[in-house]
Design a protein around this ligand. Structure first.
Ligand SMILES: Nc1nc2c(c(=O)[nH]1)N(C=O)[C@@H](CNc1ccc(C(=O)N[C@@H](CCC(=O)O)C(=O)O)cc1)CN2
Ligand SMILES: Nc1ncnc2c1ncn2[C@@H]1O[C@H](COP(=O)(O)OP(=O)(O)OP(=O)(O)O)[C@@H](O)[C@H]1O
Length: 199
């Protein structure tokens, strides 16, 4: 699988991305051969960019092996340090020693999640890395949004074309949270009514 230059540029012209004010995104890991999010996230964080700091960005930090992951706010890529799995993640404290804002404790909704995965299908199945981190987190977030009466965020997975498998191959269990849309270099696949309504 080769990296595709320009991938992020074309797909993040995406309406959903442009419209989002608060997003949760993964920090891509080359070893895991994930779609690169570094360029688009640097742009989100760059004060000189077209988007400025108009968007709040929260990224994952794994807390333990018990499926606990938090999404912490970062303001610069320098907020990230490598963890034991070689994935960049935010330190719990910012440069001034203050606890970073956690998305489940904030008072406004997230519009968009950019999700990683090993494989996906057109019915919204996502095969993660077996940690259950995202499924657990997404379930918690969706419950919070329900309690607060917020719109549910759009769950968009970033995929290489070869990671999109035929229907019925990816196993699902009751805890799997389906995705709303798939974005690959060959285009956008809206899946849920929410994605179709917002395209
Ligand atoms: N970029 C990124 N960040 C992420 C995730 C992710 O999938 N991608 N996660 C999503 O949950 C969480 C971390 N979970 C992870 C779980 C396993 C492996 C991993 O390296 N798995 C190896 C096999 C390891 C082993 O079994 O020894 C692999 O898949 O090759 C990485 C991240 C939170 N952050
Ligand atoms: N919300 C949840 N509550 C309880 N157990 C869960 C929940 N979500 C996932 N699990 C359990 O965690 C384990 C791993 O889940 P799964 O294989 O779906 O992870 P994954 O989707 O591959 O990983 P990730 O979500 O981190 O990308 C499974 O045993 C699953 O039943």
């Amino acid at each position: 699988m080769t990296a595709r230059p320009g991938y992020s540029k074309c797909n993040f012209e995406l309406f959903w991305f442009k419209e989002s004010k608060r997003l949760c995104a993964y920090i891509s890991c080359a070893q895991l051969r994930e779609v690169d999010t570094s360029k688009v996230l640097s742009e989100v964080l760059s004060p000189n960019s077209e988007h400025g700091h108009a968007k709040d960005l929260y990224v994952p930090r794994v807390e333990d092996k018990n499926r606990n992951m938090r999404m912490l706010k970062i303001t610069t890529m320098d907020d990230l340090v490598k963890n034991s799995m070689n994935i960049l993640e935010p330190s719990p404290l910012d440069a001034s020693g203050n606890a970073r804002e956690e998305v489940l404790s904030t008072s406004s909704p997230v519009d968009l999640f950019l999700l990683p995965g090993q494989a996906f299908d057109r019915t919204g199945r996502r095969l993660g890395r077996g940690g259950g981190y995202y499924d657990t987190f997404l379930m918690r977030y969706q419950e919070l949004a329900k309690e607060k009466g917020w719109d549910q965020p759009l769950l968009v997975a970033l995929s290489y074309s070869v990671q999109i498998l035929e229907e019925g191959i990816i196993p699902v269990n009751s805890t799997d949270v389906p995705i709303d849309a798939l974005v690959s270099s060959s285009g956008i696949i809206p899946i849920s009514p929410a994605a179709l309504a917002r395209i």
